[in-house]
Design a protein around this ligand. Structure first.
Ligand code: FAD
Ligand code: NAP
Length: 865
């Protein structure tokens, strides 16, 4: 056949294979096995000359896993689990490579792997609905589906060191280590880098080398792995019931069965905290510190206690105080750069022939022919080891010239950061899957668990498509945009984005700063992926012989911490409040309040009593630490006019006080059913009048008074503003209404959409309203401020509503009505929040921006002339 005929034939031909998989590491091997088992034709393309991926390339001395081998291994083959015994807790690279070779042999995988072949380009052919994959051998393979199993840490980054390439001696890269090994005996050796690869290799290189100089830019948190034989306890836990053990790993946060920390670091005494850290240290488990307390990776102060503890350990090991100081990480929170576990790493710096160069003080000026020049010194070496890391998560993917629909290059689409749906797929690139791609838990987990989950999801998806006679799948733009947002929402409530880490792309010059993995945990993530399938592939469009169809939508709409809260509440099985008696409901609210974090410290808290409409009312005053006098905010608590008290919103009041710099006076009011409508609002108005009249006595500035409230309390605040307007005073500078109850109309869409499952249910709103006001009174503007004859002349307002709140639409309606009446009213809709989440200071971190906006509004109102 002529070349022209061959090219014409190939252009019109269908796929030769169902699937091409790139990469023969943990992921590619299992993907091939799975596809075969499902009856698909598949080939793996691998640039190395054997299987192993990470464990093929990283042969540097000391290379071993940092997740225990029992966990960091396949679970799909029960026989393999029985027959393979790991010799150590943390197996060496050769042992892991042998294991992967054994898996390849056992399942006869090599016959479908093309080794020593690099995939250079992949082009989606829209007419033929297939991928054209070009390899370094110059050929093209046509496949229906294209799976990148190219690894998160497989493309070493080119060292960005001045003079790179000039060195005339031996240069080695930890991620591309020679198979025959390297003999350092008698040599002057430099290691650049102090990440995991360096931390593992430095002690072993030091044993051989005549001199070892370590060039450190950023010190890393590391601690002893206490490696050795697999412990009896671990072995027993696994052997007793391997299936249950693996199931627990899949349902854990990081893919390792480990008790998650439920208690916050400052909920225990310092002695208890330190004991917990000693226990974590002694465990030798990478994840033990992150799991020690619930807030280690989200609360700077909690994290700082781990940092202090670990710095103390470094000082106790390294004899030279200056070196110990230089080796102590100070510029990032623990865990926000991948921490290390080691064998004698810090001890190595006590050896006389080992020295540390702190590049923060004495940066590299240039690599020279003889060695390395820093700003102040010149070093000569025989060997330089580059332990400078990888272009992580996206590097190996975009280094292939991948073009999707209409020739769109993936590298261009991801120029500002990767955009994926579930970290598996990306819009514009049909039938493309990335195993442990960006936007999936991947490197924040035991990768073996995450790889298996992705491989099984892809296998299931392809099998479903075959069954339903569909041959093209692509995520919708809506689903992808929302997923990217969800991944970012997760990152934002953690400390991770604050570090210059490879998780953020910060190690590669010019790479966009985007948090690359998904922080939500492997358990939640797995549930989400399963939910996508259960909801008929929500967020995907399909095409094929069975026709085209699209199931557009968003799978995770709640803020990540709100979703976790709802799951935790569901697990507790709390009875609906409306099923309780009023007394029990009040007892329940008081008991739950005792368990929450207290909120920030304020300057002073004073409890007192003020005259209400029909007797004394308790109040609690929160004073800022700054010198007064201050503006005053009269605050009304939430609780459906039935439950709550002057101190029931304590954390929110403290937060508002600290952020706004104002005195917050949280006023109690009479509750229903004992005191029904209009007792609450009459008390609210009486309280505001008293506060205005006694501002100076309270430490406030007379005339500087704003009101604020949450839920029913926001209803009270809104009504008080109307009463004050109508009575000609007192002057109120502004109103901040958080998820206010403003009307009595249950037909608004938010009652139908959010009436169940988001803590405040429609049934509970009815229960509250029934206790509070007779049907005849409900349309009275003092009960439903939205129904006032006029809203003109009211104080400026900030109205905060939450997306998943039955009261959402009446709050929005009040904001719109105020604005229509000429009031300076701003509406702040909070995406992914529920009625009760914004007041949950230090629990719902995603609510902090709204709390900040509320405080900023109060500050602005009180500053106005
Ligand atoms: P890889 O193992 O990276 O395999 C990808 C393969 O794709 C490579 O063989 C590569 O040659 C090939 N490839 C890439 N691009 C192309 C192309 N264009 N054409 C052809 N072939 C290509 N994770 C843990 O969970 N626990 C650990 O203890 C742990 N230890 C680690 C230690 C080191 C030194 C490193 C670097 C990483 C470690 N990781 C660990 C992360 C590790 O990368 C994963 O656990 C896992 O091995 C990844 O498997 P993979 O198959 O997805 O990718
Ligand atoms: P890494 O964590 O990115 O570390 C690279 C080191 O090189 C860092 O100390 C970095 O300093 C330094 N560096 C990079 N460029 C430099 C420059 N131009 N000048 C000076 N110093 C420079 O890479 P890694 O050690 O290979 O590890 C990568 C990941 O692979 C790990 O985080 C882990 O997930 C995995 N891994 C695991 C193990 C294990 O224990 N199982 C072992 C190896 C790797 P900065 O921090 O200042 O950028």
């Amino acid at each position: 056949m002529s070349a022209a005929m061959e090219s014409a034939r190939s252009a019109s031909a269908g796929p030769e294979l169902d699937v091409v998989v790139v990469g023969a590491g943990f992921a590619g091997l299992y993907m091939l096995h799975r596809l075969r088992g499902l009856g698909f034709s598949a080939k793996v393309i691998e640039s190395a000359d054997d299987v192993g991926g990470t464990w093929y390339w990283n042969r540097y001395p000391g290379a071993r896993c940092d997740i225990e081998s029992i966990d960091y291994s396949y679970s799909f083959d029960p026989e393999l689990q029985r027959e393979w015994q790991w010799s150590e807790r943390y197996a060496t690279q050769p042992e892991i490579l042998r294991y992967l070779g054994h898996v390849a042999d056992k399942h006869d995988l090599r016959r479908d792997i093309r080794f020593s072949t690099r995939v250079e380009a992949a082009r989606w052919d829209d007419d033929a609905s297939l991928w054209r994959i070009r390899t370094s051998r110059g050929d093209e393979i046509r496949a229906r589906f294209y799976v990148m199993a190219t690894g998160c840490l497989s493309l070493p980054k080119t060292p960005d060191v001045p003079g790179y390439g000039r060195f005339a001696g031996e240069s080695y890269y930890t991620g591309r280590w020679p198979h025959q090994g390297v003999d350092f005996s008698g040599k002057r050796v430099a290691v650049i880098g102090t990440g995991s690869s360096a931390v593992q290799s430095i002690p072993i290189i030091a044993r051989q080398a005549a001199e070892l100089t370590v060039f450190q830019r950023t010190p890393n948190f590391s601690r002893p792995a206490f490696n050795g034989p697999v412990t009896d306890a671990k072995k027993a836990a696994f052997d007793t019931d391997p299936a249950a053990y693996r199931a627990a790993a899949r349902l854990s946060g990081a893919g390792v069965p480990l008790e998650p920390g439920l208690v916050r670091a400052f909920q225990v005494s310092e002695a208890e905290r330190l004991a917990k850290y000693e226990e974590a240290y002694a465990s030798g488990e990478l994840l033990a510190f992150g799991a020690a307390f619930a807030d280690i990776l989200s609360n700077p102060e909690a994290n700082a206690t781990v940092c202090d503890f670990l710095r103390g350990k470094i000082r106790s090991i390294v004899r030279d105080p200056e070196t110990a100081e230089a080796l102590s990480p100070k510029d990032h929170f623990y865990g926000t750069k991948r921490p290390c576990i080691d064998t004698s790493y810090f001890e190595t710096f006590n050896l006389p022939h080992v020295r540390l160069v702190d590049l923060r003080k004495d940066p590299i000026a240039s690599i020279t022919e003889q060695g390395i020049d820093t700003a102040t010194r010149s070093f000569a070496f025989d060997v330089i080891v580059f332990a400078t890391g990888f272009d992580a998560m996206t590097g190996a993917i975009v280094s292939v010239d991948i073009a999707g629909r209409n020739g769109l290059a993936l590298a261009d689409k991801w120029a500002d950061g990767p955009k994926t749906y579930l970290g598996l797929t990306t819009t514009g690139f049909p039938n493309f899957f990335a195993i442990t791609g960006p936007g999936s838990p991947s490197v924040l987990s035991n990768m073996a668990v995450s790889i298996e989950q992705h491989v099984e999801w892809v296998g299931r998806c392809l099998a479903d498509m075959r069954e339903q006679r569909l041959d093209v799948i692509e995520p919708t733009p809506t689903a992808e945009t929302a997923w990217v947002q969800h991944v970012n929402d997760g990152a934002e409530i953690s400390l991770f984005p604050r570090a210059n880490s490879w998780y953020m792309g910060a190690n590669v010059p010019g790479k966009p700063r985007v948090f690359l993995p998904y922080i939500g945990g492997v358990d939640r993530y797995r549930k989400t992926c399963d939910e996508v399938i259960r909801r008929d592939y929500l967020g995907f469009a399909f095409d094929g012989p069975a026709g085209a169809r699209c199931n557009d939508g968003v799978v995770c709409r709640l803020q990540p911490d709100v979703a976790m809260l709802l799951d935790a509440l569901a697990e507790l099985g709390v009875p609906p409040m409306e099923s309780l008696s009023v007394e029990d409901a009040r007892r329940f609210v008081i008991a739950s309040a005792a368990l929450r974090p207290p909120g920030p410290e304020v300057g002073e808290i004073v409890d007192g009593e003020l005259p209400g409409a029909a007797g004394g009312l308790a109040y609690r005053l929160y004073r800022p630490a700054s010198p007064g006098p201050h503006g005053i905010v009269a605050y009304f608590h939430g609780g459906g006019w039935v439950v709550g008290s002057a101190d029931s919103d304590d954390p929110l009041c403290r937060d508002l006080c600290v952020r706004s710099g104002a005195i917050v006076v949280s006023v109690d009011y009479r509750h229903a059913p004992e005191a029904r409508f209009p007792a609450a609002v009459d008390d609210g108005f009486a309280a505001v009048r008293w506060i205005a009249a006694n501002a100076a006595m309270l430490g406030g500035v007379p005339g500087k008074l704003a009101v604020c409230g949450w839920s029913a309390g926001a209803n009270v605040a809104a009504v008080v503003c109307q009463l004050a307007r109508d009575a000609g005073g007192p002057a109120i500078a502004g109103q901040v209404l958080l998820t206010p109850a403003t009307d009595c109309d249950f037909t608004r869409a938010s009652y139908a959409e959010n009436g169940d499952g988001y803590v405040l249910t429609t049934a509970l709103v009815r229960w509250f309203r029934d206790h509070y006001a007779d049907p005849a009174d409900r349309r009275n503007p003092k009960a439903s401020p939205l129904r006032a004859h006029s809203l003109a002349g009211l104080p400026p307002a900030l109205i905060v509503t939450c997306e998943f709140d039955p009261l959402r639409d009446e709050g929005a309606a009040y904001a719109a009505a105020l604005a229509a009446a000429g009031v300076d009213a701003r509406h702040l809709p909070c995406r992914g929040q529920i009625h009760t989440s914004i007041p949950m200071v230090d629990v719902i971190l995603s609510g902090a921006p709204a709390r900040q906006e509320m405080a900023a509004a109060l500050r602005r109102f009180l500053a106005a002339p």
